[in-house]
Design a protein around this ligand. Sequence first.
Ligand code: UFG
Length: 327
Amino acid sequence: MSKYLVTGGAGYVGSVVAAHLLAAGHTVTVLDDLDTGFERGVPAGAAFVRGRIQEAADVLDPSYDGVLHFAAHSRVGESVEDPEKYWRNNVAGTLDLLAAMRAAQVRTLVFSSTAAVYGEPERTPITETDPTAPTSPYGSSKLAVDHMIGGECAAHGLAAASLRYFNVAGAHFTDDGAAYGERHDPETHLIPLVLQVAQGRRESVSVFGDDYPTPDGTCVRDYIHVADLARAHLLALEQAMPGEHLICNLGNGNGFSVREVIETVREVTGHPVPETVAPRRSGDPAVLVASADRARGELGWRPERADLAAIVEDAWRFAQRVAEESA
Ligand code: UFG
């Protein structure tokens, strides 16, 4: 069994991965400044240190076997308005983390990268060798870190993986009754927003553009269940080799339009979901669908909940639970 530091482990994906590491018998420390994370997201059984990634040197020591790095600002729109925040935290902060890892002789890293590094893709499905051309400082900051990690592997023998997530959704429920899901505030992601409409917490959902060159005119995305995503991180830890930087897309390879997502939410919840058409949101590519061939080949990864209805069912169960908690 191994010991891992999970930065951003009070956030959505970080908490689900921390829960999977614990379930596999590993020892976990979560480092999170709770800027966007929630302390109740830290799984029971993990040690918790409230702090920034710039302070990782205070936590890491040679007893750690690796780091899973999720702590980052992740709002595309905000990054356009305040790019410095993204360079300072996501990029400079990760530089500090890599230095702390080197000093503590912790030589394995799995990094939370994103499909946003590809920008407006030239073709789909997107493979890892396709051009990277981010359209936001958020995407640029994640791509810069991918490059930084590649250099660290080549120069200093780090064993690393960058996992480029497509649209993460759904929630994770453990046998002991814990639930981990999306609690963003403000919420900007499609599935939780549509579920809030189904719950009667919002009047309607705005469809950002219905004149895209797609079958129903709305944007197409590749939704991946957060628990499937989490399992890929554990596989990446097993596969990481000193001096090598593995870059893998994580998606299901199936695209669903905004209208298909809304219709699935109606079917799963049995509630009406009024929709209105709004202008396009700037920076939204028409279609983002992953080729996950490399993750399948290199990691032996197989998604277990690739069905959109299954993803929405779990997200709905979590949204209902959050509503009960705050009632
Ligand atoms: N959408 C709507 N109405 C809404 C919210 C979203 O129509 O109220 C649409 C968006 O325009 C987009 C789709 O739903 O076409 C999905 O939007 P999300 O905001 O849920 O997700 P994104 O595809 O924008 O974002 C994801 C990741 C980001 C990443 C980005 C890369 O969440 O971290 O892909 O483009 F940067």
